[in-house]
Design a protein around this ligand. Sequence first.
Ligand code: G6P
Length: 367
Amino acid sequence: KAAEKEGFEHFMLKEIYEQPKAVADTISPRIKNGKIVIDELEMTDEDIKNVSRIQMVACGSAYHVCVCAKYVLEELAQIPVDVDLASEFRYRNPLLTENTLVIVVSQSGETADSLAALRESKKKGYKVLGIVNVVGSSIAREADSVFYTWAGPEISVATTKAYSTQLAAVYLIGLLFGKVRGTIKDKEYKEYIQELGKLPEKIQRILDEKERIQWLANKYSHARDVFFIGRGLDYAISLEGSLKLKEISYIHSEAYAAGELKHGTISLIEEGVLVIGAATQPALFEKEISNLVEVRSRGASVLGLTSYGNYTMEDIADFTVYVPKTKDTFTTSLAVIPLQLLAYYISVAKGLDVDKPRNLAKSVTVE
Ligand code: G6P
């Protein structure tokens, strides 16, 4: 086991560090001569043009990738996207319209609810695309086409590198669909592809600055309640940050769309509560800041998460964590890294079993 960890204390940390390579391995085989080519996608350009809706289905962190995909695919390919938890979808008699493409996202390819959702969709005659990490798994075998994420084996129960490669898969599919459907201009398409290529080194840069997160983790390891808030893609990232934290640190945490705070959750904000405010989207930055002002005035400690350059965050936040700038659409890939590290180091600080948290399984193959 120690040898398998290659010098890292836990599989989770090893896998966090494998992300630049995993993301590069997922992206680079799909870029040929400056174009996105997804050979395994068994769809002609005509098929792609005809897609009228996308239904995304998954569980856990893969579901959070779907929440992110709604923003990304609607932006890049201008296709309406619905997102469902597999356990809800399978029992809901979903009313899918003609030409709906169902996308099932799963690291293991064996999650019982996700597999059932796939079978239900196929039975109703819809085409299913699987975004899967484990080659030859049930979802990979039964889907009409499979996009493999090349994350390699993931041992830690809390997913990190599989999540990151699933996001990369979503970007590639969004850019391909957008190009074919004419919703992305040639200039933008080139810029997006260039930026995709830079994501691995930007992730590496965040990992190189891990000491600061380690310090923050020690500071907040005794937190009792943590709220993650964000808008748009920052809401999607909040969901994943919150799940990571609760999975391995056993701290009560919740994620909220920042605009929803005033509809209930703000009543829980008081002295001693930690609020992690993600604000990487320029168009929503000011709105998020005003939410952070509200929680601060009620006594919360605020940890801001934003991109370099947005220094006004420091006027409000007790501490601010910066990630490199990238295309707004891709920020989730960078913002998730400090949140993974924070959850990891808090779990370590509390002396918990990071790789095997209580009551959780890596792959949930029974209902
Ligand atoms: C379990 C794991 C999660 C994972 C979820 C879905 O709950 O602990 O990390 O996100 O299952 O798994 P899948 O293999 O379908 O991605």
